[in-house]
Design a protein around this ligand. Sequence first.
Ligand code: SF4
Length: 198
Amino acid sequence: MSRSKVVPFRNDTGISQALLQRLGDAGKKNGLDAIFPFPISKIEVAEWVHLKCRYGCSRYNTNWCCPPATPSPERTKTILSEYKRALLLVGSKSCVDFYRDNSRKRINQVRCWKGTLSLERMLFLEGYYKAFSLVGECCALCKECAYPEPCRFPQEKRPSVESFSIDVIGTLKNLGTTSKVATRTTETFTYYGIILLE
Ligand code: SF4
């Protein structure tokens, strides 16, 4: 979890301000604070992120949206090479439930998940046919993931940002944004999703 000061990026990606405004309005209904377009070249992919999933996370090998079900760092780089632009989705939450597994936390996760997918859908209908979401948290659509049995909602299944071995803090630095890890559950933390665009 991190808290950060997000500076407004210069929109030099060619995405119209009108579309960004509509996406921003839709995102706000689902708890997102802001949406910024940026070039794919700013995304940092790192093996160490995969290590943290593999050796430091209780969700490893328990969810379709986490490793090892998601692409390796090498495959991620190949996937990203097929894109030029992306959107950064920024939201904020209270940390109170960060280490808890309760329904309030899950409701927020599901809201974030569905909100991201609804933006992806909007973009698809706008002609961005390659649009693909990397969601800001692990999938919590089911109380307990069906993994390794087939996913119950395959149309809504997407990888999380971290499961794609994306170094979020490094990527934010590349974007000229500051970030700091939230160290107390009394703090508000910022979470990030990405929609690969075209
Ligand atoms: S929709 Fe359910 S089964 Fe599918 S990845 Fe999410 S939690 Fe797992």
